[in-house]
Design a protein around this ligand. Structure first.
Ligand code: 2RA
Length: 348
């Protein structure tokens, strides 16, 4: 019999993309049960071409379930993932609740599928979308060259902050379109007023050097996630990682600039070949023809796109890259689906 899958958080921003991905990928599942907050119970959503009624999150919702994907806030996952796991369900959790738990593997199938073997809590964690948007490319380069240091800046899409993020950008764009706002200090902030949604500053016609919440010494939670999760996935617990996370007025697809230093000298030709042949990565790098990845082209696609591959001018062991990945697909739903498929293959 084919395994039963539960999608917990089916009505959210990532849940919506998940249902689309489940409809597009090889159909390995028996029942797909859609689970959400009691507020959404009774709604009908389409998956695999069928309307499925959403059931409320409860212990019984996990009866007979083999694998459950969680796309819910941290506190909901922290409460309910152990409930599901106690019933023998393998949980693939996309929240931040368990990622750094040493008893929970943090898995990117192209990079560290082997980590799936040990999951004593019955929970597997899916990385944060910013980490995921670059780590497949970096994992491939690390396997060949041995990573020694990372310096990263992100250009994060507003859908990383969920539906509220997208609604906020759209509202602000409507407010500023056709005006001369953005030409005097503070004019954008005054026009937008309190309507900054999940962001601390206007995001339309602006860039905001902040994502997440405040951590020690001025770091943001998003920056700490990129550092901690990259170390865990790559198995490099002491990797020096310098990161600044920035929100930009893009709906979906995170971009990153990466300065990656390796053990020995690298060549652009070698790096390009690794990137071009790595599973899940696309090399799109011909600046003479105006070709490099941008969110406008990458959104809605599965791979990690890499362009602007250069050797650092002052360090023959380092590369400079520009990387784009759809933060809702590989950055969230797709990676979760890939992990769940690996677990399902074990159960078969
Ligand atoms: C963001 N990475 O883009 C976060 C969401 N997990 O806000």
């Amino acid at each position: 019999v084919r395994p039963t899958l539960a999608v917990v958080g089916a009505t959210g921003a990532v849940g919506t993309v998940m249902l689309r991905i489940l409809s597009q990928r090889a159909d390995i599942w028996g029942e797909i049960r859609l689970v959400a907050s009691p507020r959404s119970a009774g709604r009908k959503l389409a998956v695999r071409g069928e309307e499925v009624e959403v059931v409320a999150l409860s212990e019984e919702a996990f009866d007979g379930v083999d694998v459950a994907m969680f796309d819910v806030p941290d506190e909901v996952a922290a409460q309910w993932a152990p409930v599901a796991a106690a019933k023998g369900v393998v949980v693939v959790d996309n929240s931040g609740a368990f990622r750094m738990d040493p008893q929970v593997p943090l898995v990117v199938p192209e990079v560290n599928a082997h980590a799936l073997r040990s999951r004593p809590r019955g929970i597997v964690a899916n990385p944060n979308c910013t980490t995921l948007s670059m780590i497949v490319a970096l994992g491939a380069l690390h396997a060949e060259y041995g990573l020694r240091e990372l310096v990263v800046s992100s250009y994060q899409a507003v859908s990383g902050a969920g539906r509220a993020g997208v609604d906020t950008l759209r509202r602000q764009i409507a407010l500023v379109a056709g005006t001369e706002l953005g030409t005097n200090p503070g004019d954008l902030r005054r026009a937008v007023g309190d309507a900054t949604g999940p962001f601390p500053e206007p995001v339309a016609l602006n860039v905001v050097p902040w994502a997440g919440s405040l951590r020690a010494d001025g770091w943001s939670s998003e920056e700490m996630k990129v550092r901690d999760e990259s170390r865990k996935i790559l198995g490099l617990p002491k990797l020096p990682v310098a990161v600044t996370c920035v929100r930009v007025p893009v709906v979906t697809t995170h971009s990153l600039t990466v300065h990656a230093r390796f053990q020995d000298e690298v060549t652009v030709e070698g790096a390009r070949e690794i990137i071009a042949t790595a599973p899940g990565v696309v090399l799109f790098d011909n600046p003479a023809a105006g070709e490099f990845p941008t969110p406008a082209d990458v959104v809605g696609t599965d791979p990690t796109w890499v362009g602007r591959v250069r050797r650092a001018l002052d360090d023959p062991t380092a590369l400079e890259l520009f990387v784009c990945g759809d933060n809702l697909r590989k950055g969230a739903a797709l990676n979760t689906a890939q992990i769940a498929e690996l677990v399902a293959a074990e159960l078969a």
